[in-house]
Design a protein around this ligand. Structure first.
Ligand code: DI6
Ligand code: FE
Length: 383
């Protein structure tokens, strides 16, 4: 990725009207902004977060430091379920306040579009509450939010031993209601040994498709359940995590145009030892996106630029691939490639200016925050 030395971007009514090397003589601008040599990129897109939750899991972190595994804690009723307890108890304003703080942190790191999943409610009321909070966050901040219903994140305690009945509840009640209220832009599931089986995931996907909603999947994070191939079969926007995906899964994703969303924060925090098969994804031409996976259990971070560094250091992605992962390919992972992710005429004027000389610096720095200016729909908006 070679940055152009100089250039201009003309913005009109929140959209990019023209892009070029030199400002054409006839162009009349009501307002001019000098980039002063800073690097201009598309606004960053965090295409996988679980931003809406209450509490934190620092205690569990300490247990893991003493040797307990993530799966053991989950099976003992901790893990996702402990966040579910707190999220159910939280009233809507306090849930919104806690989530807004994380959202503003993301924005301070250059994010202009964020995907937010439900998945810590796990009942009709609590899932709708989380999705309403996500929608309200969008109304109150200069950021675009895409919501994803992740009711199939974990088995709620009241359905213990009755996973299929919970899938009935999702397919028959939670999903249709979220769709009817316009609260879900997509549907996701956690297909793994501590999540749901491929057969249960398929039923969630069938219900989503019947309602015209696109799907995504937490696939192959802890084991290979062949979830990536299942996601591809349903034309999924993305399959996410993918540490344990095999070549058949990757090939199926390539055929379906499903984006691989890689989540180095979770890989790092769980001290995973199996990185996603980057070479295989490259060979099959599967677009790779990167996201924070912001969640209290496996990736408590809101630092999207740090994920670029981790993707390069831990997964051996190139700096250019990492930047594409939070712009062009992240847009595609949300089905937003027509309006976001690149600096092109016709796209939404979501842009960031960074105090760096070369794009590789964004991936090189560990935990820096070089964002200088941020534009959302053409308006300068620093949170
Ligand atoms: N995979 C993850 O990494 C998060 N959800 C999922 O399905 C973890 C969620 C949590 O531990 O709270
Ligand atoms: Fe996740």
């Amino acid at each position: 990725m070679t940055p152009s030395a100089a250039g201009f971007v003309a913005i009109e009514a929140g959209r990019i009207a023209q892009v070029g090397a030199a400002v054409p003589s006839g162009l009349q601008a009501a307002h001019e902004i000098d980039g002063e040599g800073a690097l201009l990129t598309p606004g960053l897109i965090d295409c996988h977060t679980h931003l809406v939750y209450a509490g934190n899991r620092a205690r569990e972190f300490e247990l893991r430091l003493q040797g307990a595994s993530y799966e053991e804690i989950a099976r003992a009723g901790g893990g996702i379920r402990s966040t579910v307890r707190l999220t159910r108890e939280a009233d809507e304003p306090s849930l919104e306040a806690a989530s807004a703080q994380r959202l503003r942190e993301l924005m301070r790191h250059g994010v202009t579009t964020v995907e937010i999943k439900s998945g810590y409610g796990l009942s009709l009321d609590a899932e709708l509450k989380c999705l309403r909070v996500a929608r309200r966050l969008a109304e109150r901040h200069a950021v675009d939010v895409r919501t994803t219903l992740l009711a199939a994140h974990a088995l709620p305690p009241e359905f213990e031993g009755r996973a299929d009945a919970y899938i009935d509840e999702i397919a028959g009640r939670i999903l249709p209601e979220a769709a009817r209220l316009g609260l879900a832009d997509a549907v996701d599931a956690f297909c793994d040994t501590i999540g749901f089986t491929p057969a249960q995931t398929r039923r969630v996907f069938e219900a989503a498709h019947a309602l015209g909603l696109p799907v995504k999947l937490h696939a192959e994070q802890l084991s290979n359940q062949h979830g990536a191939a299942l996601a591809a079969e349903f034309g999924a926007l993305s399959a996410d995590h993918l540490e344990h995906v095999d070549e058949a899964g990757v090939a199926a994703m390539a055929r379906a145009g499903t984006v691989a969303v890689l989540l180095p924060g979770a890989y790092y925090f769980l001290r995973d030892a199996t990185p996603p098969p980057i070479a295989l994804l490259r060979r099959h031409g599967v677009p790779m996106a990167l996201a924070t996976d912001c969640n209290p259990g496996t990736s408590p971070t809101t630092h999207l630029p740090l994920m670029l560094n981790m993707a390069c250091t831990l997964f051996r992605m190139t700096a250019a691939e990492a930047l594409l992962g939070v712009t062009r390919h992240a847009a595609r992972a949300l089905g937003l490639q027509a309006s976001r992710g690149t600096i092109e005429a016709g796209k939404q004027a979501d842009l960031c200016l960074w105090a760096v000389d070369h794009p590789a610096e964004l991936a090189y720095a560990i935990g820096a925050s070089p964002l200088r200016r941020r534009f959302h729909h053409g308006r300068e908006q620093l949170p």
